[in-house]
Design a protein around this ligand. Structure first.
Ligand code: PBG
Length: 332
């Protein structure tokens, strides 16, 4: 316990110099703490802007390879891939998700071919592939059918592993999906594929720009994902979700969104003793970008502060659309 008091204790002594502040700093952010999410689309030489996500683009595979190489040169060790699926390939049963030559499967192969030591994380969920924009198969009332969806998700995860993904990341929030994915991977001799479970994924408005990037906003219409994603009022439930995912075979768990959910990250890290990742989601990124564009603060400061705070709360690694920009600053 600290029991000394002024003037024996002057908290400002260690804050005097750059060097002394650096020496007592409790949390250090490194470029290899950062995971870069990338949006991949069909076509050649495509780099498309996303209005609600300034500085983030939809890239065709040839261009993704250049961004991946840049990330690699900045010591970013892993990429998270998200596909933009053409509307003529979407269907009620999301068959395209299992296409061994689909957009995601081809992207994994292309990146691994060029950068074999770059970690590849894939999103296991059906929202890019369904007509409804939901993460699973829906009935006539737009209700996501749990067990039918889980059976497809397990095959989707296997097809990612077969294409060379290192980590499959179920972000769908169906019950029992981690167990079935783990069993399917074991049965097919992919016992070393990691599962990063989006264990505490909240039904958040902050995924708005991501849904614009994937063009799923219109498909969802007035329907929302509260029937499977968590209520943002709940904290204990996150621990329950994490414990279940661990029992089912997850290696790493994710909290999402990030900054408004630091209490959840902190508690999981304290209580569960497993690696916790945070996702600084599209809406968080957009808030900082648009605030900086309007002169509220310097973008660089907001970027670094938000990332360090996520790490201070207990996030071991962070998905962030700022990954490239932050890594450039961190390597200076
Ligand atoms: C889809 C998925 C979403 C995000 C990652 N995977 C959106 C959603 O659940 O609607 C959001 C990421 C972001 O907002 O940056 N399963």
């Amino acid at each position: 316990m600290v029991n000394s008091r002024y003037p024996a204790t002057r908290m400002r002594r260690t804050r005097q110099h750059d060097f002394s502040r650096a020496l007592v700093q409790e949390t250090k952010l490194h470029s290899d703490d950062l995971i870069l999410p990338l949006f991949v689309c069909e076509g050649k030489n495509i780099k498309e802007t996303i209005t609600t996500l300034p500085g983030v683009y939809r890239y065709s595979i040839d261009n993704i390879l250049q961004v991946a190489a840049l990330a690699h040169s900045l010591n970013i060790r892993a990429l998270a891939l998200f596909p933009i699926i053409d509307s003529n390939k979407k269907s009620a049963m999301a068959e395209e998700a299992l296409n061994p030559n689909g957009l995601i499967q081809s992207s994994i192969k292309a990146i691994k071919d060029k950068l074999p030591d770059m970690g590849i994380i894939t999103d296991v969920a059906l929202d890019p592939y369904t007509l409804s924009g939901h993460d699973g198969i829906v009935d006539t009332n737009n209700y996501c059918l749990n067990d039918e969806t889980v059976a497809i998700l397990a095959q989707q995860a296997l097809s990612h592993a077969q294409a060379g993904a290192d980590i499959v990341a179920p972000s769908d929030m169906m019950d029992g999906r981690v167990a079935q994915i783990r069993q399917t991977l074991e049965d097919a001799s992919y016992s070393n594929t990691l599962i990063l479970a989006y264990a505490a994924k909240y039904a958040s408005c902050m995924y708005g720009p991501f849904r614009d990037a994937l063009a799923t906003t219109g498909q969802l219409g007035s329907s929302n994902k509260g029937q499977y994603q968590m209520d943002f009022a709940n904290q204990n439930e996150a621990i329950h979700e994490v414990l279940l995912d661990l029992q089912e075979g997850a290696d790493i768990v994710m909290v999402k969104p990030g900054l408004p959910y630091l209490d959840v990250i902190y508690r999981i890290n304290q209580e569960c003793k497993i690696p916790v990742f945070a996702y600084q989601v599209s809406g968080e990124y957009a808030m900082l970008q648009f605030a900086a564009q309007n002169g509220c603060f310097a973008l660089e400061d907001a970027m670094l502060e938000s990332l360090v705070c996520l790490k201070r709360a207990g996030a071991r690694a962070i998905f962030s659309y700022f990954a490239l920009d932050a890594a450039k600053i961190l390597l200076k």
